[in-house]
Design a protein around this ligand. Sequence first.
Ligand SMILES: Cc1cc2nc3c(=O)[nH]c(=O)nc-3n(C[C@H](O)[C@H](O)[C@H](O)COP(=O)(O)OP(=O)(O)OC[C@H]3O[C@@H](n4cnc5c(N)ncnc54)[C@H](O)[C@@H]3O)c2cc1C
Length: 262
Amino acid sequence: MTTGEQNDPWRDVKIERIEQLTPRIKSVFLELPALTSHRAGQHVNVRLTAPDGYAAQRSYSLASVPGADTVELLIEKLDDGEVSPFFHDIAEAGESIEVRGPLGGHFVWGPADGGPLLLIAGGSGIAPLMAMVRAWAADLTAVVAQTVATVEVPQVPMPVLLVCSARTPADLPFRAELLALEAARSDFTFIAVTTREPPPRPTDLGRRLDAAAIANVLGRWDHTPRHVYVCGANRFVEAVANGLVDAGIPAARIKTERYGGA
Ligand SMILES: Cc1cc2nc3c(=O)[nH]c(=O)nc-3n(C[C@H](O)[C@H](O)[C@H](O)COP(=O)(O)OP(=O)(O)OC[C@H]3O[C@@H](n4cnc5c(N)ncnc54)[C@H](O)[C@@H]3O)c2cc1C
């Protein structure tokens, strides 16, 4: 099901700022307070219109925590692409673009859905999964804040494993934020996978995420996932989803979002 895809109006939305997240991915922050109701995993549609009236429309997942006044999109540059190079080479803070959404009702997760939660991203496919990680982290922060006056802070264990694949360590988005979260929370595990350079840590993997690599990762994580979300380019999602099924994860637990490409 897609939420509001047909009826949602296009809105002019201002770009608040643009930051280089990795060599190939920019974070585009939009002033979109009306999106406070978005659910982690959802996306927006973006429409660019040329002076001659030609319009191109693409989807971008929301990486920010639901409720944030400024939403974050991660846009990976495809050199021969129509829309993504605009955000890397032309767009500037203060300009407006047309946006519609939030959209998507299938690839969503909220703390009420529970865990253990397994998230597997390829490149910019980390965007919707980062929204889930941030929603998960914010949820327990809220629990701690409410109970700070008591001596015992209740622990609500909801294990999360995030596996993120990229070409090189420099191409891994949000590495510092994820390492900090892993240091702070014993129920959060982050495994980086690099395919063209050695992995950053001994606990990371330096190989493609095939069935054997997925079995290795699952074997090290001491939990059976209740929900699995996989996001990235078509071929990545296909390989990972097959690997998960080979590793014994029921297909009904696996949700996928495909960004296109080979
Ligand atoms: C629900 C959804 C959410 C998405 N979220 C994001 C996101 O958060 N960040 C993001 O960067 N992209 C995301 N995408 C992909 C995005 O919508 C565009 O397809 C992408 O930016 C390419 O657009 P383009 O106009 O630059 O390239 P196009 O002109 O559409 O394509 C140029 C060439 O690149 C190929 N190509 C298209 N997509 C990919 C890909 N993913 N990998 C490799 N090759 C590709 C095409 O086949 C074509 O050969 C999402 C897609 C969907 C369906």
